[in-house]
Design a protein around this ligand. Sequence first.
Ligand code: SAM
Length: 474
Amino acid sequence: MTQSYFPIFWNTDSGTALVVGGGEDAVRKVRLLVAAGARVHVVAPGAVAEIEAYADEDRITLSRRPVQDSDIAAAAIVIAATGIDTVDSHCAATAQAHGVKVNVVDRPDLSTFIVPSIVDRSPILVAISSAGTSPVLARRIRERIEATLSPNLGKLAEFAAGLRDRVAERLSDGRKRRAFWELFLDGYGAEGVLGNRPDTGRQAADELLDTLSRDEKPKGRVTLVGAGPGAADLLTLRALRALQRADVIIYDALVGPDVLDLARRDAFRLYVGKAKGRHSYSQDRINGILIDEARRGSYVVRLKGGDPFVFGRGGEEISALRDADIEVDVIPGITAATGAAAALRLPLTQRDVANVVSFATAHPAAGQAEPDFSALADPKQTAVIYMGKTKASEISAALIKQGRRPDTPVAVIENATLPDQRILTGTLGDLPAVTSISDLTGPALIVIGDVVSEADLSTSESLTEAAAKDRAVA
Ligand SMILES: C[S@@+](CC[C@H](N)C(=O)[O-])C[C@H]1O[C@@H](n2cnc3c(N)ncnc32)[C@H](O)[C@@H]1O
């Protein structure tokens, strides 16, 4: 039968924690107790070096002898970790006889308390227990929580503690105080503190206190978030937090459903990418939506494939928001080029092979001249070309004309990092064949340079063969 437990946190000022034993099990508990600021007494005839070191540094008291009943009676809690059945059982019985709480490592049947897995963001502590049913499962859960909680969460808790009096002074109404904390913790102030920018936290708190004390509606804001190249687990932790807080998410074509699944369930989502049979949203219209939503007081996440500042028109959105006096910040994402490079185990720079890497677009902005590829001519340069599929012939001709060898290796990566990733390889001379591969319909990058010969091409197809197959089918 599974034992039931009621979670409580022990106040380390309330007494001494006795650890019986000096081996590996004991040191694991001593480490946790010392980190929690507990007064620790270790009793063991011999102890591992780490315990000896704690004693040398006066961080614990070490009695180098067998345990005595009086040690147990004097403790507030006891952890028996000798691994010797008779000693551990005796400790358990003696502790219980004196009304002292006891844990015997790996023996819940002898214990009156168990030690949970913890996520430590002191003063925030998360404790996880599987009631002894599956310590490995509890550890997995702990790892997940570790990954989602900012390492600076403790700083945020302390920052909030430092604000409490001022909030109480400025906002006498309990509902307003609650609104303050909700808005502050979901807002850019908390994000600032978590990002080691306490000044931003102070500024946000002041603004919010002013707004709430004047009964005004709080201001909205916008974060441009890089969603990465496709695979949802390539999102940054900061991007994940923003998605989980957003009231409104404005996203485009390169953001896949797996990424959106991670967002807050009740967030309003608006797709502004291109879609067949529908007008796509102009940049001006997108800017207008961002401004309107923020003015309504929402926290708006503008979610963009890759990185918002790499061929993502992030700069235009920022300046429109600034002109409208709307607070905006940016969370970077993994751009398609680095995502594809990692997927191919392809170094974009390599000593003696490529000492420059350039990201270029083959797609001119509306009303602008065609891009000039002459800057990509250096043979020791890796050129990564975004949106280049339909311009493959022009790119190939321009680079060969500028002096790049026609046999320079080339890779075309479609849907990089996604399950349907496809890799085609050939030479700069072969590159025009890309345009005749009709089923190459996903987003694709062209990587040109000698580093391509260093890539893992075990799953790649030949560019020319894929094009020839396509012609044969047609
Ligand atoms: C408008 S740009 C956006 C780039 C994005 N901001 C970034 O940093 O990756 C769109 C182009 O990025 C490239 N791209 C984006 N995701 C890709 C992926 N998963 N695989 C290959 N290319 C990708 C393609 O060239 C696509 O046409």
